[in-house]
Design a binder for this molecule. Structure first.
Ligand code: NAD
Length: 453
């Protein structure tokens, strides 16, 4: 496959102005919805083959996200694309000012494997809604899901508008040599850096949706039952292979024991067994081996068992963990939950602030001062108070990281903006202009200019 030829064809289509047309955008968004609904079973089967993800999880965390995005843009496209009036300052009277959302052009979306449909198709939908063409490169690690997306999209869409590339590092390295008008990447900070460097060669703008170690702080004033239930759900959803899953817990040492008991009771209640349909498998052997090595048997409070044949790792809680443990040296991205303690709330914030800025952070408390300090004193992409993960499901909030966890954001109108240039236009009348700015300059003109500017 010659990627350069596909991009050339996409550029021709973009230059023809077709993809900017709102009817054209809506027609293809409708078509995508139809194609996804028609092939729902194929998508379920593919992801199940990749890592045993249930239909329930696939619908609730992948397909419904993409369908919701399509519906959002179908409903809101006219208002999102409409030029926005801006105030016109005194110096530019008589005139009017507007901001136009201009499609950036030919875009490249690179997806991650852990939510293969959501993380590839949602940014792709935003790219198309904003009037661009798109080449999508999903992650080769979820190979069946990648193939399913390529099949349903490449069979139903003209490649000069939208094309899915199946491939891994070799293919994406070739693609990254080409000049795109926007690159949207989801994945690890390490690969994010490679993509950023490749984009810099063409001054291509990027959105980087990266990862990191997302903390959950549990204070003594919280409702343990609610905190434990929500953390267990968010941590073990997709077997911990979620970028915004709580990576580790910081709990007030006074309440550590009772909180650990609550965590354990919810893990038991939710019944994550090798035969449970609702418990996803580890994606591949490499990650399975990496995760098993992170489990320090001496520090296991609950769980710790695994079965390599089934790529099953039991939900595992580790206690008495410190920042020197291997499990605290990297993003876990699996069903292992280390629990650290703090003596006072400020110390918990300092522990977080001493490390890279996480993608998410969570706080469980009833104390309003703690809530305020959590928001104002530490930097992280986004998060929740008294919940985990769910901020991502609110399309009215921007989703993205900061520092090591990413650049830029998307979802809802923020996704549209990520793929648009804000073009500023001042439209002036050809009459009614004072002679002030034109030479020759005089002291009198300067006095007036000082007043005006
Ligand atoms: P990854 O960085 O290994 O791969 C992501 C994509 O980059 C894949 O499509 C892959 O083919 C491509 N890639 C791999 N090597 C490359 C190279 N040398 N040059 C160019 N492209 C390359 O990430 P992953 O394992 O798929 O996902 C796990 C990571 O992604 C975790 O850090 C996780 O936190 C993060 N993540 C972030 C979000 C988010 O929304 N912020 C969502 C999911 C995952």
């Amino acid at each position: 496959m010659n990627f350069k030829d596909i991009l050339t064809e996409q550029r021709e289509l973009f230059d023809s102005q077709k993809s900017k047309n709102l009817k054209f955008r809506k027609m293809y968004l409708e078509k995508l919805k139809e194609v996804i609904l028609k092939n729902e079973d194929l998508l379920y089967e593919a992801i199940y083959k990749d890592f045993g993800k249930s239909r329930f999880d696939t619908y609730s965390t992948e397909i419904s996200f993409v369908l919701k995005d399509i519906d959002y843009y179908l409903t809101n496209l006219n208002s999102l694309a409409k030029p926005k009036s801006a105030h016109t300052n005194l110096a530019n009277q008589l005139g009017s000012s507007k901001v136009y959302a201009e499609p950036l052009g030919c875009t490249l979306v690179i997806g991650a494997w852990n939510y293969p449909y959501q993380l590839s198709l949602s940014p792709m939908v935003a790219a198309l809604a904003a009037g661009n063409t798109c080449i999508l490169k999903p992650s080769e690690i979820a190979a069946h899901s990648m193939h399913a997306m390529a099949q349903i999209i490449n069979e139903n869409f003209p490649k000069e508008y939208l094309y899915v590339v199946e491939g891994g590092v070799e293919e994406i390295t070739e693609i990254l040599k080409l000049k795109f008008d926007k690159i949207f990447f989801t994945g690890s900070p390490k690969v994010g850096q490679i993509v950023y460097e490749a984009a810099a060669r063409h001054l291509t703008p990027v959105t980087l949706e990266l990862g990191g170690k997302s903390p959950a702080i549990v204070t003594s004033s919280t409702n343990f039952e609610v905190a434990a239930k929500r953390i267990v759900w968010g941590k073990f959803l997709n077997a911990g292979q979620t970028c915004v899953a709580p990576d580790y817990i910081l709990v007030d040492e006074k309440v550590k024991d009772s909180f650990l008991d609550s965590l354990k009771s919810y893990i038991q209640k939710f019944n994550y067994q090798p035969e449970s349909e609702h418990y996803t498998r580890i994606i591949n052997e490499k990650n399975f081996d990496r995760l098993v090595k992170l489990i320090d048997k001496e520090k296991v409070f609950f769980g710790g068992n695994s079965d390599s044949a089934q790529k099953f790792i039991e939900p595992t809680i580790m206690h008495n963990v410190t920042w020197d443990d291997a499990v605290m040296k990297e993003e876990i991205f699996g069903p292992i939950l280390p629990v650290l303690t703090f003596k006072n709330f400020n110390e918990a914030l300092l522990q977080i602030a001493a490390h890279e800025k996480p993608l998410s952070a969570y706080l469980f408390t009833d104390n309003s001062e703690e809530k305020e300090h959590f928001i104002s004193k530490i930097s992280f992409g986004g998060g929740c108070i008294n919940d985990v993960v769910m901020h991502l499901s609110n399309d009215y909030l921007p989703f993205g990281g900061v520092g090591n966890s990413g650049i830029g954001n998307y979802h809802g109108k923020f996704g549209f903006e990520a793929f648009s240039h804000q073009k500023a236009i001042l439209n002036r009348a050809t009459w009614g202009e004072p002679d002030l700015k034109y030479p020759p300059y005089t002291d009198k003109k300067l006095t007036w200019i000082k007043k005006l500017l």
